[in-house]
Every structure is written in structure tokens, then in C-alpha cells.
Design a protein. Structure first.
Length: 274
């Protein structure tokens, strides 16, 4: 069976209960996790341990919190109030965990679904999304990680252009794949607003509602946006249902013939929003 799972954010117990609920078997099943594996929840190191232990049976995307951990580990960023990745950074085998993390992809197209952590700007189709993710993945996996990570911070350029090069190009890709919620009709990204779809700032809309977006004919699964709530459509899965805030850990089982089964694991309040 194929399972697509929303943000974990260090919530190890709900992950364990999900795997038990579906009787997950690494020899039979495959788990796709839509990024934000770590941070804010109580057991980030345990989550990495569980996921890595699944071996080839788990494909885990990188989210903004995962990139933040890599940046902190390289001295590029400081820990924020509320961060819970200290046990990873303090672990005697921390380099092994960080190396495993930076080998994870930013986008995957499998089983008829394009999977990303946050969103896709309207200028990209599926093939370009995966190709651009691959460019950044190569840099994250390369020998100059500490030099690359500072370049990913900032909100500009806010609009994709195929002519973008270097740091501007990579930053735009990372921002789309790991931070995007709202877009203007021309593809300009907005990063300040964290409300649900009803809180769109003037002139902007949820990225998946932009008219003419080139992934409109594809099926896209994403997380990142807990205030959006669950979306379970044939062409769209939004699966961050606020596990770390006391909501649910949400997974979708893909069935033969194109059907889906929704699985939700109630979560204790792990941290207050803020």
C-alpha cells in the first residue's frame, strides 16, 4: 500500500500510532512524508530514527523546518524560541542524522501525484518542478553546504523567471517548494500571511487557485499550511492538519483504481501556536 502523510514536526508518538493503525510493513508498503519531519514537537530525533529505520520504504521530503535544522547545524542560523531540535544537534552521531536529512528530496512525482512540502508557482509544470527541485537537492547534498545555506534566505525574487541564475534562482525554488501559501495571478509569491484560504491578502490567492497554473492538470499533494485545513480532492491533497498543535496526523492511503482512504490519528497538544 502507498501512504502519503502530512507534517510530522517531531511528533513521534502519532507517527508510531499511524504505522500501527495501518499495520505498516516495509516489505509491502511505502510511506511518503510531505516534509517538516522535525521541530516544534517533542521527539524530533525519534522521528528521524523511525523514518530512517524504514529504509527504502519511506520517502521523506524536506520542509522549511528541516532546512532550518540544517542551517542551525552549520552556524548559518540560531535556534528560535520553541525549536525542539536540540537532541539532534547534541547527539553523538549528529552528523549521520544531518547527512541523512540533507539527502532527502524537495519534490517527488510518483503514483500519479506530485508531492511537495508547500506549493508550486503557477509557471511550473510537473517536469520543471521536479527538475528545479533536483538542482537544489544537488547543492544540499554537495560539499559546499555551509556556503549554500545562507543564500536560501530572503523573499526576493518573489516571482519566478526562467532566466534566474545562481542564488536568486535557488532561493526562488526553495521558497516555492517549502514556504509558499499565497500567489498573485502573475505568480508573485507572498510570505507574510499564515492564515487559511479565507485570509488571502488583497491581490493574492492560494497558490492552487491561480488561474492557468501549469500543474492544474496534475494531482498535487502538499503539507505546510495547517491553517488551511484538510483538502481531499482528486487533484489536490492538503495534509497538514496541525498535528503539532493538537490536531491530527493525517495520511491518505492510495487505493487501486484511483480511490483514496483517509486515516487520521488524534494528537495531544504538543505546543501552543505562536
Amino acid at each position: 500500500m502507498i501512504y502519503i502523510v502530512g507534517d510530522l514536526q517531531g511528533c513521534g508518538d502519532p507517527l508510531d500510532r499511524l504505522l500501527q493503525t495501518v499495520d505498516f510493513s516495509p516489505s509491502r508498503d511505502h510511506l511518503y512524508v510531505l516534509g517538516d519531519l522535525v521541530n516544534r514537537g517533542p521527539d524530533s530525533l525519534g522521528v528521524l530514527r523511525r523514518l530512517r529505520g524504514l529504509g527504502a520504504a519511506a520517502t521523506c521530503l524536506l520542509g522549511n523546518h528541516d532546512l532550518h535544522l540544517l542551517a542551525v547545524s552549520q552556524g548559518v542560523r540560531k535556534l528560535h524560541k520553541g525549536d525542539t531540535v536540540g537532541p539532534i544537534l547534541d547527539a553523538p552521531d549528529r552528523e549521520a542524522w544531518l547527512d541523512w536529512l540533507r539527502q532527502r528530496p524537495l519534490a517527488v512525482h510518483a503514483h500519479g501525484w506530485l508531492m511537495v512540502h508547500a506549493g508550486v508557482v503557477p509557471q511550473w509544470d510537473v517536469a520543471q518542478t521536479v527538475a528545479l527541485a533536483g538542482e537544489v537537492q544537488a547543492l544540499l547534498r554537495g560539499p559546499d553546504l555551509a556556503s549554500f545555506l545562507p543564500q536560501m534566505y530572503g523573499n526576493e525574487p518573489a516571482r519566478w523567471d526562467d532566466a534566474l541564475q545562481g542564488a536568486d534562482r535557488w532561493r526562488c525554488v526553495i521558497n516555492s517548494l517549502t514556504r509558499l501559501r499565497f500567489c498573485a495571478a502573475d505568480g508573485t509569491m507572498e510570505f507574510a500571511t499564515k492564515e487559511g484560504a479565507g485570509g488571502s491578502p488583497e491581490g493574492y490567492m492560494p497558490w492552487f487557485e491561480v488561474p492557468g497554473r501549469r500543474t492544474a492538470s496534475a494531482s498535487v499533494a502538499f503539507g505546510h499550511w495547517s491553517t488551511l485545513g484538510l483538502i481531499n480532492r482528486d487533484d489536490l491533497l492538503a495534509l497538514d492538519t496541525g498535528c503539532v498543535w493538537g490536531g491530527h496526523l493525517t495520511a491518505v492511503r492510495l487505493l487501486e483504481g484511483g480511490g483514496r482512504e483517509l486515516i487520521q490519528i488524534p494528537c495531544p497538544q504538543a505546543q501552543k501556536p505562536g
